[in-house]
Design a protein around this ligand. Structure first.
Ligand code: CUA
Length: 308
C-alpha cells in the first residue's frame, strides 16, 4: 500500500511510517464507528419502550481503553524513533555540507563547495548516495521541499539547517518553496536532477570549467555589452569580471532546463522575452526591465547561449 511515490530511502521511511499509522487509525475508526452504528441500531428505543436503565462505570472497559492506546502509541513511537535515525542529519555545530542551498526571493542559489561550482534553481546529485545539504535563507524565510525525496526544512536567515538529500533512481524530481515568501512564492520552483554517479561527475566537471569567451559575432558583442552594463552588478559569470552574488550565477546558464526558477523553459526565445521585460514574465522579481534594444537583446541572448 503506497499512496505516495518515494524516490529515496528517507522518503520511503516517511511513507512506510505513514502507512502503519494510517492502518492503525483505519482499524480504530472501523471499530469505533462500527460500534456506534451497531449500538444506535441494536439498542435504539422502540415504540412502547420506557427509558433505558442508567449504568455507571465499567472497570474492564476503562482499563482497556487506557492500555490499548498506550500500547499503540508506544509502538508508533518506537517505529518513529527508528525512522528518525535514518532521516536525521549530522548534528551541528558545523558539519561539512556537500551542497549549500540558499533561498532568495524567488530563486535558489546552489553551491558545491568542494568543486567550487555555483548554479541556480537546479540541483544535480548522484543516485544512491546521501548528499548533505546546508540550507540557508538569504532574505526572508523560505522552505525547501522535494516531495518525492522526503525531508522538508525551513530556511531561516541566520540559522542554517541540514538535510539529507538522496535519490535511488535517476530522474528529475520537482521541488518548491513551501513557506510563503512574497508574491512570487509560487514561482520559486526547484529541480533535483539525479544522475548515475558517472554522469554526475561528468556534469560537475563541466560545471567547474570556465565557459570559453566568445571571440566573434553577436556573442562576442553580447559578452562585451554584458560586462559594460548593469548586468554585472547582480550576476556572476566565472572567468569574467562579473562576480556579484545578488542574482543567480550565470556561468553555465545555457545548461539549465528552466529560466526564472521554473517560469519558462530555457530557450533563446524565452531568454529574449525575459531580457525584454522580466517584470512581465515574473511580476515583482528583483530584475527590472532595462529598456534594451532588440539588437542588444539579440547579442545578449547569443552570448548567454554560449554559457553551456
Ligand atoms: Cu521562497 Cu516561498
Amino acid at each position: 500500500m503506497v499512496p505516495f511515490n518515494s524516490g529515496s530511502p528517507q522518503a520511503e521511511a516517511a511513507v512506510s511510517l505513514f502507512n502503519v499509522v494510517f492502518l492503525i487509525s483505519l482499524l480504530i475508526f472501523v471499530i469505533v464507528a462500527g460500534g456506534v452504528i451497531f449500538s444506535a441500531i441494536r439498542f435504539r428505543q422502540r415504540p412502547g419502550e420506557g427509558d433505558p436503565p442508567q449504568i455507571e462505570g465499567n472497570r474492564w472497559l476503562e482499563v482497556t481503553w487506557v492500555v490499548v492506546p498506550l500500547f499503540l502509541l508506544g509502538f508508533v513511537s518506537v517505529l518513529t524513533l527508528q525512522k528518525l535515525d535514518l532521516i536525521k542529519p549530522p548534528a551541528p555545530p558545523d558539519p561539512q555540507p556537500d551542497l549549500i542551498v540558499t533561498g532568495y526571493q524567488w530563486w535558489w542559489d546552489v553551491e558545491y563547495p568542494q568543486a567550487g561550482v555555483i548554479t541556480a534553481n537546479e540541483i544535480h546529485i548522484p543516485t544512491g548516495q546521501r548528499v548533505l545539504l546546508r540550507l540557508k535563507g538569504g532574505d526572508v524565510i523560505h522552505s525547501f521541499w522535494v516531495p518525492e525525496l522526503g525531508g522538508k526544512a525551513d530556511m531561516v536567515p541566520g540559522h542554517p539547517v541540514y538535510l539529507w538529500l538522496e535519490a535511488s533512481q535517476p530522474g528529475t524530481y520537482n521541488g518548491a518553496c513551501t513557506e510563503f515568501c512574497g508574491n512570487q512564492h509560487a514561482w520559486m520552483r526547484l529541480r533535483v536532477v539525479a544522475q548515475t554517479p558517472e554522469a554526475y561527475q561528468a556534469w560537475l566537471a563541466a560545471q567547474a570549467k570556465n565557459p570559453p569567451a566568445p571571440t566573434s559575432g553577436a556573442a562576442a558583442q553580447g559578452a562585451q555589452f554584458f560586462q559594460q552594463s548593469t548586468c554585472v552588478n547582480c550576476h556572476a559569470i566565472r572567468g569574467t569580471a562579473a562576480k556579484a552574488r545578488v542574482g543567480p550565477d550565470l556561468t553555465h546558464l545555457a545548461s539549465r532546463e528552466t529560466l526564472a526558477a521554473g517560469v519558462l523553459t530555457n530557450t533563446s526565445d524565452h531568454l529574449a522575452q525575459w531580457l525584454k521585460d522580466p517584470q512581465a514574465v515574473k511580476p515583482g522579481n528583483h530584475m527590472p526591465a532595462f529598456g534594451l534594444s532588440n539588437d542588444q537583446i539579440q547579442q545578449l541572448v547569443a552570448y548567454l547561449e554560449t554559457l553551456k
